[in-house]
Ligand binder design. Sequence first.
Ligand code: NAP
Length: 177
Amino acid sequence: MYGNLKEGRGILIGRMQPLHNGHIQVIKDALKEVDELIIGIGSAQISHTVENPFTAGERTLMIKKALSEHCIKGDKYYIIPIPDIMNNFLWVSHVEMLTPHFNKVFSGNPLVQRLFTEAGYELNEHTTFNRNILSGTKIRNLIIHDGEWENSVSKSTSDIIKEIDGVERLKHIFLKD
Ligand code: NAP
């Protein structure tokens, strides 16, 4: 299942709305502990809301470009969109169906931790970033209110957000809400 991987394969699932420097740090730390990492894009079916402004495709692009910017090679990770389902009990099986086998779980989300632990997976404890400084919610608010958000994300991510008219998208959705 893990071929010649010494430390095995991990999984990290997050909405990454948008991908920011905290996520990058968690990915870098995780890659010190496993040979390969599955990066699951959570709530993949949702976009164009204030909480989830970017599509799974746009988030895939952000991850791919930012990891390349940080010199993380493409053969170290898989990016897999994971849509939500209406049943928490079955969610781990749903993730397993969509991804290659994995033996370690990286998550700062208590529900995700609970579901994977109950399914018998090993959890990695040290996978949180400082939410007071880096948070998707804060970054989305800064984008909406013309604050300084670009320092919290990779250059490639801010380029993508601007290219797809993401700033206008967020402001527009916010006003409609
Ligand atoms: P989330 O709901 O996107 O994030 C929850 C909070 O945790 C956010 O404030 C997030 O910050 C923060 N966070 C995420 N990773 C962190 C880390 N390593 N250290 C510190 N804070 C962190 O949850 P998520 O854990 O990122 O993603 C879980 C995904 O699984 C979601 O898409 C969820 O819908 C999905 N899920 C689905 C089911 C189901 O379909 N039944 C069940 C369980 C989970 P940022 O906003 O800055 O990222």
